[in-house]
Design a binder for this molecule. Structure first.
Ligand code: ADP
Length: 703
C-alpha cells in the first residue's frame, strides 16, 4: 500500500493547487497574525508598565526632594530658634561694630551674600535688623525726630528768631553764641540750625561750611537725627545751586553710597526720595566725573535693588498677622517669585531669605543633587504660576505634581524626566526591541505570503503545461505512427509494385521513425534533466568536423522537404570541451526550429566563428519570428509560442529548454535576436578548450 504523508491525508479533500494555500493559512498566516496581535498587546502592556514605573520613580524622586527641602529648612529654623533663645541678637544690635563669629554656623553662612538675607528681631519695643545696613527702610523704627531730652538753654529764643521773626542775622548770632558754649552732644543740633539759617539768609558759602562740619563731625556728635544725611543732601543742593558740578558729583556719590550701605534707618518714602535725588545728580554730572559714570554705579545700583527687595520682604512679613502656626515658614510674594521667611514667634526672630538666595542656596542644589540630570523640577504656586525652574514641555504627559503644604509651604513641586534620562533611554530601547520583533513578524508573514503565492502560481502553471504537454506529445506521436503503419501495411501486402516507389516508401518509413526516435530522445533527455540524472561526457571536440557532421545529418533528415541549410564553417575553428552527442542535439534542435518556423522560406543559415576565445554558432532563419513578449519565455520548459504562424507548428515546447540546459552545462550561453515577420537568430557561445591538441586539417563541409 502506498504511504501517504500526514499533510497529504489531512488535506486530501483539497485539490493540489489548494493544499499549499491551506497549509500556508493554517501553518503560517494564522499563527503569524496571532503572534502579531500578541506582540502589539505586549507592546501596549509594556508601555503601560513603563509609564507606571516612570510615575513611581517620579514619585520617589519628588518625595526625596520634598524631604531634603524640609530637612534643610528645618536645619535653618532650628538655628533661628536657637538664636532667638540665646538673646545674642540684642547684644549684636547694641554693639557698634557687631561681630558675626558668635552666630550659629548656618546663619553666618547665610550672610555671606551681601544683600541676600537678613534677620529681623524684636528688641524691646523696637525692631532690630541684623547684619546692620541690610535693610534700606523699616522695620527698625525710623528716627523719630527725637530731640535730645535736655535742650541747650536759649535754643527756643534762637529758633523763634529764625522761624517766626525770620530775623536770620539775629538767629545766626544766637545759634553761634550757643555753639560756642555747647556741650558736645548738642554740637550737631546747633551746627544744623546754623547751616539751615545761613542757607535761608542766602549765605551759601557759610551754609556749606556749617554743613561740612556737621557731615564730618564724629558719630558721637550726631544725635538721634540723621544729621549726616541731611548735611550730605543739603551740600548737594547748595553745590547744585552754585553750579559746582565736580563737588556735586563727589557729594552725590557719597550720599548714594551711604544710602545703599543702609547707614540711616529711614521710612520707605524718604529713602526713595533721597535715593532718586542722588541718582539724578549723578546722572546729571556723569559728564564731569568718573565717579558718577553709569558703568561704575551699576554694581551699587544692583545691590540697592536687592536690598530694596529684601526690605520690601521684611516689611511685608512684619505687616502680616502671624498666627503661631506649627511650621514657621512664610512665603512672601515678590513679583513672579517668592522670598522665604523662617521664624520664631516668641521672641520674634525671622530669617528672611531673598528669592535669589532661595534659588541659589536651596533650589539649585536640590535640583542638582536629587534631580541628578535625570529629572527636571519646577516649583509653582498653588495657582500654577512657576516660581523656580522652567515649565515642563507642553507635549509631556508625564509631569507629576506634589503638594508642599505638608511641609508648610503653599507651593507644589513638579517633576518630570529629562529628555536624555537613562530611564527614558531604557524605555525607548525596550520598546524598540518589541517594535523590531513586531516588524520582523510582519516581514516574515509578507515574505511567506509572497513565496506561497509565487510557488502556487508556478505549480498551477506547471500542472497546466504538463497536461498540455501530454496531449501534444500524444498528438506528435500519432501522425508519424499512422504514416509508418499505412506504408508498412501497403508494403507488406505487396500492393506497391513499382520498385522505385517501394524504395521511396522505405525511406519515408526510415525518416519518420528517426523523427520519432528524436522526439522520444528529447522527451527522455528532458526527463533525465528533470530528475538530475543527466551526465555529460566531456572530451576535446574539434568544432569544424563536429559541426559539419551535425549539419550533414540534419540535411539528410530534411532532404525531401526541399529546404536548404547554408552552412559557413571555416577551417580554422578551435577545439571545445564537450559532449558530442549533447551539443549535436542542441544544434539539431536550433536547425529544426529554424526550418519548422519558416514555412515561407526555403533556406536556413548556420554560421560558426571563433571570436575572443569563444566558439560562436549562429543559426538564422527568415521565418515567422518571435513576438517580444514571448522572447523571454522561449527557453522555459513546455513553453510554446503564441505568435502568428507559430501556434499551428507542431512541437512540445521542450527543444529550447534542452538547448539552454546543454549550453549552460558546457559553461556557455545562448542568445536570441528576433523580429516577428522578419526572422530569428539564435547564437550559442561556447568556451574554447585551450588544453586541446593542435587542430588538424579537415576537408571543407559540403552544403
Ligand atoms: P517547440 O518548438 O517544440 O514548440 P521549443 O522549445 O523548441 O519548442 O520552442 C519554444 C517556442 O519558441 C516555440 O513554440 C516557438 O514559438 C518559438 N521558437 C523557437 N524557435 C523559433 C524560431 N526559429 N522561429 C520562431 N519561433 C521560434
Amino acid at each position: 500500500m502506498p504511504t501517504m504523508s500526514r499533510s497529504g491525508r489531512a488535506f486530501a479533500f483539497l485539490r493540489p493547487g489548494q493544499r499549499l494555500p491551506a497549509i500556508f493559512v493554517i501553518g503560517i498566516l494564522l499563527p503569524g497574525i496571532t503572534l502579531a496581535v500578541f506582540s502589539i498587546r505586549a507592546l501596549l502592556q509594556e508601555r503601560r508598565l513603563a509609564d507606571q514605573e516612570i510615575r513611581e520613580r517620579l514619585d520617589r524622586v519628588a518625595k526625596l526632594a520634598i524631604r531634603e527641602l524640609d530637612l534643610e529648612l528645618a536645619r535653618w529654623q532650628r538655628e533661628v530658634e536657637e538664636l532667638a533663645g540665646s538673646g545674642l541678637l540684642v547684644d549684636l544690635a547694641d554693639t557698634a561694630s557687631p561681630a558675626a563669629e558668635s552666630l550659629p554656623e548656618t546663619i553666618r553662612e547665610v550672610f555671606d551674600a551681601p544683600a541676600a538675607s537678613v534677620i529681623v528681631f524684636r528688641n524691646g519695643d523696637d525692631l532690630g535688623a541684623y547684619p546692620p545696613g541690610r535693610l534700606l527702610y523699616g522695620p527698625t523704627a525710623p528716627y523719630r525726630a527725637r530731640a535730645p531730652e535736655v535742650q541747650p538753654r536759649g535754643l527756643a529764643e534762637a529758633e523763634h528768631a529764625e522761624t517766626v521773626e525770620k530775623d536770620y542775622a539775629r538767629a545766626i548770632g544766637l545759634y553761634g553764641h550757643l555753639l560756642g558754649q555747647a556741650a558736645p552732644r548738642h554740637r550737631a543740633l546747633l551746627l544744623h540750625r546754623l547751616a539751615r539759617t545761613s542757607k535761608k539768609a542766602g549765605l551759601r558759602d557759610q551754609a556749606i561750611r556749617y554743613y561740612r562740619e556737621l557731615d564730618q563731625g564724629d558719630a558721637s556728635l550726631v544725635g538721634s537725627l540723621p544729621f549726616a544725611l541731611i548735611a550730605k543732601y543739603e551740600l548737594c543742593v547748595l553745590w547744585e545751586e552754585q553750579g559746582a558740578s565736580s563737588e556735586l558729583a563727589t557729594g552725590a556719590r557719597e550720599l548714594y553710597e551711604n544710602l545703599v550701605a543702609g547707614r540711616w534707618p529711614l521710612e520707605k518714602s524718604r529713602y526713595m526720595f533721597y535715593s532718586e535725588q542722588a541718582r539724578d545728580w549723578l546722572a546729571d554730572s556723569s559728564a564731569v566725573s568718573a565717579e558718577s559714570d553709569p558703568a561704575q554705579l551699576e554694581p551699587l545700583r544692583s545691590i540697592e535693588l536687592q536690598k530694596l527687595a529684601l526690605s520690601e520682604a521684611a516689611a511685608e512679613f512684619l505687616g502680616r498677622p502671624r498666627t503661631p502656626m506649627e511650621r514657621r515658614r512664610t512665603l512672601i510674594a515678590a513679583g513672579d517669585r517668592v522670598n522665604l521667611a523662617l521664624w520664631n514667634a516668641e521672641p520674634l526672630v525671622a530669617l528672611i531669605l531673598s528669592a535669589d538666595f532661595v534659588e541659589d542656596r536651596l533650589w539649585e542644589p536640590l535640583v542638582r543633587d536629587v534631580g541628578n540630570s535625570d529629572f527636571h523640577f519646577a516649583l509653582q504656586r498653588l495657582n500654577g504660576e512657576i516660581v523656580f525652574g522652567d515649565a515642563p514641555p507642553g507635549d509631556l504627559d508625564l509631569p507629576l505634581i506634589r503638594d508642599l503644604t505638608g511641609i508648610g509651604l503653599p507651593l507644589s513641586l513638579q517633576v518630570w524626566p529629562s529628555g536624555n534620562s537613562t530611564m527614558l533611554a531604557d524605555l525607548a530601547r525596550r520598546q524598540s526591541v518589541y517594535l523590531a520583533m513586531l516588524l520582523l513578524v510582519v516581514a516574515l508573514l509578507a515574505f511567506g505570503s509572497y513565496i506561497t503565492v509565487h510557488t502556487v502560481r508556478q505549480e498551477v502553471e506547471v500542472a497546466r503545461l504538463k497536461s498540455q504537454f501530454v496531449s501534444t506529445v500524444s498528438h506528435e506521436f500519432r501522425s508519424p505512427l499512422t504514416g509508418i503503419r499505412q506504408l508498412a501495411e501497403m508494403l507488406s501486402r505487396g500492393r506497391v509494385k513499382d520498385e522505385e516507389k517501394r524504395q521511396a516508401y522505405y525511406q519515408m518509413i526510415v525518416r519518420e521513425s528517426s523523427r520519432l526516435t528524436r522526439l522520444v530522445e528529447n522527451v527522455l533527455d528532458f526527463s533525465r534533466i528533470e530528475e538530475a540524472r543527466v551526465e555529460y561526457r566531456l572530451e576535446p571536440l574539434e568544432a569544424g568536423p563536429w559541426l559539419r557532421q551535425a549539419v550533414r545529418e540534419f540535411q539528410e533528415e530534411i532532404a525531401d522537404t526541399g529546404v536548404a541549410v547554408v552552412a559557413e564553417i571555416p577551417d580554422e575553428l578551435p577545439f571545445v570541451r564537450g559532449d558530442r552527442e549533447a551539443l549535436s542535439c542542441a544544434v539539431h534542435n536550433l536547425l529544426d526550429n529554424a526550418v519548422k518556423y519558416s514555412a515561407d522560406s526555403d533556406t536556413v543559415w548556420l554560421q560558426a566563428r571563433s571570436i575572443d576565445g569563444k566558439l560562436t554558432v549562429r543559426v538564422r532563419d527568415r521565418g515567422v519570428g518571435i513576438p517580444e513578449g514571448d522572447q523571454k519565455h522561449v527557453f522555459e520548459k513546455f513553453f510554446r509560442g503564441t505568435g502568428d504562424g507559430s501556434a499551428e507548428v507542431k512541437g512540445v515546447g521542450l527543444g529550447l529548454s534542452l538547448v539552454q540546459h546543454i549550453v549552460d552545462a558546457h559553461g556557455g550561453s545562448i542568445g536570441l535576436a528576433s523580429e516577428p515577420g522578419v526572422g530569428s537568430t539564435f547564437t550559442i557561445e561556447l568556451p574554447v578548450d585551450r588544453a586541446a591538441p593542435p587542430r588538424r586539417s579537415e576537408p571543407p563541409a559540403e552544403g
